[in-house]
Structure formats: structure tokens, C-alpha cells
Design a protein around this ligand. Structure first.
Ligand SMILES: [Fe+2]
Length: 352
């Protein structure tokens, strides 16, 4: 026996029960309202066997978000509120939207995809992803008193998940996955590895490019200043993305996302040059990876081919230093003709 109903506006529920009326299976499917009538009609006209097959297929596709909402009703909304409130407290505004929540949803959806590909049940990785940045603006401050943000995220997640009735063992898995992100355990902790990869992957591909420019706009940068100031880092990370991954599924996705980002940014540089907004080129430079014997890394420098003041050639130098959280690259250019100087520095991507 099958019973169907629509719950929560856009979620379609199919329940299967045996001859005594005991429920044997429940499937939740997110659907648009316009699809619901068709789905119902389709469901009612299928043979029993075909219905079983359709139900199995549907359950495979059922979104992890829907099953989280069904298991912990209201949790997603509660986490969204945490982001919106702390981000507003930090910005001093009253924005109903949250940039960090958008990023969070994106990371959670990639974590879902990676967990499935790695043969892990996606619920815990997705919930951990929902909290991975929750402590970024804890109490309206960015990195409050130098506290590590993943510790803050875990501090927020623990009581909230208890309140929603999650089992203590599962809470421990969520928290240790989140904390593994900063203490270099993320390669050994499978949930941490998925979070690490999902977080980096979210910065590349179409969504990654979109958030690069969203961030630039929020910080008052033009296309030109965003590209001059930050594209070297973006392209260097894109080129190394597969090397930075901790999971096989992440590595596979990284190859495609990195290629999409690089292709887009190269076209953008061509168009900026044609429009005479910025004449820049990409110069790849291979450097030995600091503190890793026999490892090297290609840095993708986005530079003007000659000094913009006098057209003279650049003398270029670079050095690396150990920063707080990373190995830092410092680059400087000096015009050999007029002496104009340019500097840039950024954290080098970690390579596995
Ligand atoms: Fe993140």
C-alpha cells in the first residue's frame, strides 16, 4: 500500500505500508509545486513493481537536506539564523540574507556529493559542513580574541545539535570533523577530509568565480583592482587544486572545477586587455615548496608585461616565509628603468 502527501510546501512524501498497515518505507522527495500533480498521477498509474523501482530510484536521489529536515525539523533554519545574526552583528546591519550561509549551503552540497562518492553516509558530513564556518563571526567579532574559528564553530554546534536530539556519538563525529579542519588532522579524519575538500572546491568553478567577484564588490574593488590584487592567488590555487585534495572524489571534481575557473579567468584577462581596462598576462613560475623536500609548486603570476609607468622591464624577486597559518609567498617587482615597485603576497596552497 502506498500513501502520498505533500509536506512543508515543496516536499512530497511517499509512505509504503504492509498488509497490516505498518509503515515499511518512507521517501521524501523535494519537488516544485507544478511537478507535484504530475508526480502523483504518475505514481498512481504505475504498476506495483514499477512503483517499487521508481521509489528506489527516488530514494537514491532524495536530497540529504530533506532527510536532515525530516530527522531534525527546524535545524537548517536555526543554523541559517545563526549565520544571519552573527554576520549582521559583525557588519552592524540588518540584512535578511547572509553571504556566509550561501557559502555554507554550497559547501554542504559538495560535501554531500563527495561523501556519497566516497561511500560514506552523507548526513554527518553535511551537518558538519553546515557548521564548519558557524564560528567565523561568533559574538559579532571576526576571530574573537584570536580564538580558532573551528573551535568556535564546534562550541556553537554542540549544544544546538543536542537541543535537536542528535545522538551524542554523532555529535562527536560532527565536532571532530569540524575541528580536524584546523589541526591538520583533516587527512586522517574522513569527515574532516570531506569538509576540507568541499570548502576548497566551493571556491572554484562557476560558483567559485561568482563568489570571488561578490567578495571583491563587498570590499569595494573594481574588476581591475580585484584582478590585479587577487587573481595571482586565485589562479595559483586553481592550478594546484587537485594536489590540495584529501579525497579521491575531491581530486576528480577539482580537476574539472580548476579547469573551468582557469578558462574563465583567462578569457576575462583577454577581454580586460581588449577593453583597455587592464593589460595583464599570466606568468607561471615554478618554485620549490617551502618546508617540503623535493616538492615544487607553480605560481601563476598575473602581471602587467611591462612597467605601466614607463614601459620598462621588470626585475622580479620572490621569497617565502612561515606565516601564522601558512607558508607565505612574497613577490616584488621593480622597474629596471624608472624604479617603480609593486609587491604582492599570499598564502601558498597546501599540497598533499
Ligand atoms: Fe568555508
Amino acid at each position: 500500500m502506498f500513501a502520498t502527501e505533500t509536506i512543508a510546501g515543496s516536499i512530497f512524501r511517499i509512505r509504503q505500508s504492509d498488509s497490516r498497515g505498518s509503515q515499511t518505507k518512507e521517501i521524501l522527495i523535494p519537488v516544485r509545486a507544478t511537478d507535484q500533480a504530475a508526480l502523483l498521477h504518475h505514481h498512481l498509474t504505475l504498476t506495483r513493481r514499477a512503483r517499487d523501482n521508481a521509489a528506489t530510484m527516488a530514494s537514491k536521489r532524495t536530497s540529504t537536506f530533506v532527510s536532515i529536515e525530516s530527522r531534525f525539523p527546524g535545524l537548517l533554519e536555526k543554523v541559517r539564523q545563526v549565520f544571519r545574526d552573527t554576520e549582521n552583528a559583525y557588519e552592524g546591519g540588518d540584512n535578511p540574507e547572509s553571504f556566509l550561509w550561501e557559502h555554507t549551503m554550497h559547501v554542504a552540497s559538495i560535501a554531500d556529493q563527495l561523501a556519497r562518492a566516497e561511500g560514506l553516509h552523507p548526513q554527518i558530513p553535511v551537518i558538519a559542513a553546515l557548521f564548519h564556518d558557524a564560528g567565523k563571526f561568533a559574538d559579532g567579532k571576526y576571530h574573537r580574541d584570536g580564538t580558532i574559528e573551528e573551535e568556535e564553530s564546534a562550541r556553537i554546534a554542540g549544544p544546538l545539535l543536542r537541543e535537536f536530539g542528535m545522538k551524542p556519538a554523532d555529535i562527536t563525529r560532527v565536532l571532530s570533523g569540524v575541528k580536524a579542519l584546523y589541526n591538520e588532522q583533516s587527512r586522517k579524519n574522513r569527515i574532516g577530509a570531506i569538509l576540507h575538500d568541499a570548502d576548497f572546491l566551493s571556491k572554484f568553478g562557476a560558483m567559485g568565480v561568482a563568489s570571488f567577484f561578490t567578495k571583491a564588490t563587498l570590499r569595494g574593488r573594481t574588476l581591475r583592482s580585484a584582478v590585479i590584487g587577487y587573481l595571482s592567488k586565485e589562479l595559483t590555487y586553481a592550478a594546484c587544486l587537485p594536489l590540495n585534495m584529501h579525497t579521491a572524489a575531491g581530486k576528480k571534481l577539482a580537476t574539472r572545477k580548476a579547469r573551468d575557473s582557469v578558462r574563465f579567468f583567462r578569457s576575462l584577462l583577454d577581454e580586460l586587455r581588449e577593453a583597455r581596462i587592464a593589460a595583464l598576462e599570466v606568468r607561471p613560475i615554478r618554485i620549490p615548496y617551502p618546508s617540503r623536500a623535493n616538492k615544487s609548486l607553480t605560481v601563476q603570476l598575473v602581471v602587467s608585461p611591462a612597467c605601466p609607468e614607463c614601459g620598462g622591464d621588470w626585475d622580479m624577486g620572490w621569497s617565502t616565509e612561515k606565516g601564522v597559518k601558512c607558508e607565505k609567498l612574497n613577490m616584488d617587482w621593480r622597474c629596471s628603468h624608472c624604479g617603480k615597485q609593486l609587491e604582492t603576497s599570499f598564502c601558498l596552497p597546501e599540497i598533499v
